[in-house]
Ligand binder design. Structure first.
Ligand SMILES: *Cc1c(COP(=O)(O)O)cnc(C)c1O
Length: 229
């Protein structure tokens, strides 16, 4: 049995330490508790321990949990997203981390307009490593994709997201985190209207300290909080 409250405290202590070591305020990093494939009861348990921001990967699982949970929590969508599933998300998610193509952003724009929801905050997912198994636009194409998405009325680009390759030694992920930060800085310097570039979603259970040292503002942590899936 996992002790969710205790695990959360440990993760938050690790976040605090990484912030101290990199001279960043603790408030500059938000913890996204990734609850995919865990029952809604564990989400409720985390919520009663004060964790109110959750990440989910699968649309159906997310809508079921969102319908069941009684505490008011915040959901971010962090999985690969098919356009035909976007219509289930307005009114449920406050951010989508995984926008990697214009057609998807256009569908999000259309659904948020139709459901008269607020503007959808989104991150552009970048496949920094270029691994063929990973989603994401390329580093070279990211700027142009951000420019195109920025013209849509019902979405707002808030920053970038990446998943580096898996390494046993988290230090080996550092170059990928750094490259995402430098790419975000480059895009920010373009001063594109309707684009913020203030969020960097990077770092998971095994490597979030390194990601924080490279500028992560959203860390997506599952296993260290909820245990193995
Ligand atoms: C599952 C998942 C996570 C959490 O990974 P852990 O190693 O369990 O912390 C983070 N980001 C994405 C995109 C995921 O799919």
């Amino acid at each position: 049995m996992e002790n969710i409250a205790e695990n959360l405290e440990k993760v938050k202590a690790r976040i605090r330490k990484a912030c101290e070591l990199s001279g960043r305020p603790i408030s500059s990093v938000r913890l996204v508790a990734v609850s995919k494939l865990h029952p809604v009861e564990l989400v409720a348990e985390a919520a009663s321990a004060g964790q109110l921001l959750f990440g989910e990967n699968y649309v159906q699982e997310l809508t079921e949990k969102a319908g069941k949970i009684e505490t008011k929590v915040n959901w971010h969508f962090i999985g690969h997203l098919q356009s035909n599933k976007v219509r289930f998300l307005p009114g449920i998610v406050s951010m989508i981390h995984t926008v990697d193509r214009l057609t998807l952003a256009q569908e999000i724009d259309r659904q948020w307009r139709e459901k008269q929801a607020d503007v959808c905050n989104l991150l552009v997912q970048v496949n920094v490593s270029g691994e063929t198994t990973k989603s994401g636009t390329t580093t070279a194409e990211a700027l142009e994709l951000v420019r195109q998405i920025a013209t849509l009325q019902h979405v707002k680009v808030c920053g970038l997201m990446t998943m580096p390759p898996f390494f046993d030694d988290p230090e080996l992920a550092r170059p990928y985190f750094r490259e995402l930060r430098l790419l975000a800085e480059k895009i920010r310097n373009e001063e594109i209207p309707n684009v913020d570039m203030t969020e960097l979603s990077m770092g998971m259970s095994g490597d979030f300290e390194v990601a924080i040292k490279e500028g992560a503002t959203l860390v997506r942590v599952g296993t260290a909080i909820f245990g193995e899936r």
